[in-house]
Design a protein around this ligand. Structure first.
Ligand code: GLA
Length: 378
């Protein structure tokens, strides 16, 4: 009942289709109550799309569009009470249609790479679309980041947005009709909770994630090299030149990949060819939600904890960012001004029998959960 009232109040405050070129500013300054609002946000793939604003009582705000399920901003307070988006994004749909490198997007059917875009299940061989040299990356040419999801705000005690998509048999070369539901919730503890679910009618690989790029200063004028990162991972999966895991699980001890204790990202990055773009093997995975990573930044006082049920996390230090896209903050997103912590199963698992399986069978439910929990220390 309480929620219904909030929802109604939020509906009244919604901006409708009004042209607004600065949604982050709007979200920052609108005196709105906690809840969820929706507004028209232009067109993609010839269809209208919407922007949903999830707001909690602390003043934390997340905006999400049903185009690609993209988190377009995540506004949090810093230690001086000033508000900024800790994720890279745009205030209008336009730049999202120019194929930015997955900023904030939902990734599927398979997050990360599948070597040569080929795999087999039983005696059946499959060939996927290749879009990263000879390899398949992030679901192919038109991955889940470029489709329109059916959106439903849900009645609950916190703002919740449920997104659904039917990925048809044969899409990008994958077998089976895959029915996917991703549920975004903004918690009272300033966490963006993401629950992924899927079912299929034929065995198929599934590995869903979100590709948000973080910069805890809220300003991509600053690099992420001074951010401190801690990963609960004693090992990682080394890769070949095409960023396909070799199959080895290598201990991080004594290597440039050791983030078991909080370490400045920039401290060793220049010695890592190309920068960090590696899957870490999370310790003691039980399938229950656990804290696997902590990122912090001292000038803002902000921190980000990553909680997940998944066995892996891709730490990508923004090595391919090139300044082509202009962030909310008005600055180009240059090399190493943002980083990703993508929770996942290991890359190329369909071709690596020694890695945990990513094959979803008919009659089984794919279910994973990740929380990006934010906060600041004064
Ligand atoms: C992922 C990959 C990177 C890169 C980015 C997008 O995180 O691991 O190699 O492809 O996506 O640019």
């Amino acid at each position: 009942m309480k929620w219904m009232k909030l929802f109604a109040a939020a509906g009244v405050l919604a901006i409708g289709g009004a042209a607004c070129n600065n949604d982050t500013k709007e979200a920052e300054t609108t005196q709105a109550s906690a809840g969820i609002t929706k507004k028209a946000w232009g067109e993609a793939n010839g269809q209208p799309v919407d922007l949903y604003t999830l707001r909690n009582a602390n003043g934390t705000v997340v905006t999400i569009t049903n185009y690609g399920g993209i988190v377009t901003s995540f506004l949090t307070k810093d230690k001086n009470d000033s508000i900024a988006s800790i994720v890279v994004g745009f205030d209008s749909i336009g730049p999202y249609l120019q194929s930015p490198p997955y900023f904030g997007a939902l990734i599927g059917r398979y997050g990360n790479r599948i070597g040569a875009g080929k795999f087999s299940i039983g005696d059946k061989n499959y060939t996927l679309a290749t879009n990263n040299g000879v390899n398949h990356l992030h679901g192919g040419v038109v991955g889940f980041d470029k489709v329109i999801w059916t959106a439903a705000p849900i009645t609950d005690s916190i703002p919740v947005l449920q997104l659904s998509y039917l990925s048809k048999d044969g899409e990008e070369g994958y077998p089976g009709n895959l029915q996917v539901t991703v549920t975004y919730s903004l918690t009272d503890e300033d966490g963006l909770k993401i629950q992924y679910e899927a079912t299929t009618d034929q065995p198929t690989p599934v590995n869903l994630t979100n590709h948000s790029y973080f910069n805890l200063t809220g300003d991509t004028k600053q690099t992420i090299l001074e951010h401190q990162l801690q990963l609960n991972a004693d090992a990682y999966t080394p890769v070949d030149k095409g960023l396909i895991p070799t199959g080895e699980i290598r201990a991080v001890a004594g290597t440039l990949f050791d983030f078991r204790n909080p370490t400045a990202i920039g401290s060793r990055i220049d010695s890592v060819e190309g920068g960090y773009d590696h899957n870490y093997v999370i310790n003691n995975v039980t399938g229950s939600l656990q804290k696997v990573a902590t990122l912090s930044e001292s000038t803002s006082g902000r921190f980000l904890e990553v909680w997940t049920t998944e066995p892996g996390i891709q730490f990508y230090s923004g090595n391919f960012l090139d300044g082509k896209f202009i962030n909310h903050s008005g600055t180009p997103v240059q090399l190493r001004t943002a980083l990703c912590l993508e929770t996942q199963h290991f890359p190329d698992s369909p071709n690596k029998k020694e890695f945990p399986s990513t094959i979803l069978e008919p009659g089984k439910k794919y279910r994973t959960e990740t929380i990006y929990k934010t906060g600041f220390i004064k």
